[in-house]
Design a protein around this ligand. Sequence first.
Ligand code: PMT
Length: 223
Amino acid sequence: ATRSDLAGRRVVVSAGGTREAIDPVRFLGNHSSGRQGYALARTAAARGADVTLVAANVSLPDPAGVRLVRVESAVELAEAMETERAGADAVVMSAAVADFRPVTSAASKIKKSGDAPAPIELVENPDILAGLVASRAREHTEQTIVGFAAETDDVIANGRAKLARKGCDLLVVNQVGGGRAFGTEDNQATVLGSDGSAVDIPTGPKEDLADRVWDLVVERLPG
Ligand code: PMT
């Protein structure tokens, strides 16, 4: 049976992985395919939500019935999320965001020279999720904010610390490394709540995980 428990709600989902330009042809990036984020967008639309999907470098087919905004870098993603978050009932950050970007992007392709390679100097990117939490606090509005966490070890302990640091309501902690989560069809996670709750979602299609996340969001939405 299709639920329509997100009817009348507006949600914003980020998906994919940011690319930080080194020069016109090279970037620092990550292995996110966008599959988990697209599954979140599709399931929310199926449950009746008005969905905006902010996609960073995803090459999957556009999901039907979803408004798609494309970005490349973390700074562009930050701007898009700050714009789209306004008035949304829920925001889910499933994009994999580069923590750092090159200080400058060379105007032309960096050439090999006989010398030692030049180091790439990095600067920190904005923490988009923490920024969304700050924007909500400034507005005194009710909005459910969900983060993801990609952890390789001490998954739950690191997840708890990250949840506290970022200040979101739910943190979907998935284990990565060893071929898990990035680019796969299936995923598993523990969803940590700011209320101290922990819900295990066993391995299954990313769609199923997405639906379980929306169940937890729906529980937290004001009547
Ligand atoms: O796209 P797929 O191939 O399906 O893979 C899915 C996934 C593994 C990418 C996804 O399930 C996932 O875990 N996404 C979050 C990856 C990530 O960046 O985790 P993190 O632990 O580095 O960041 C924690 C949270 O802060 C995330 O919600 C992230 O979007 C956010 N963040 C991180 C850095 C930053 N500068 N700004 C942020 O908002």
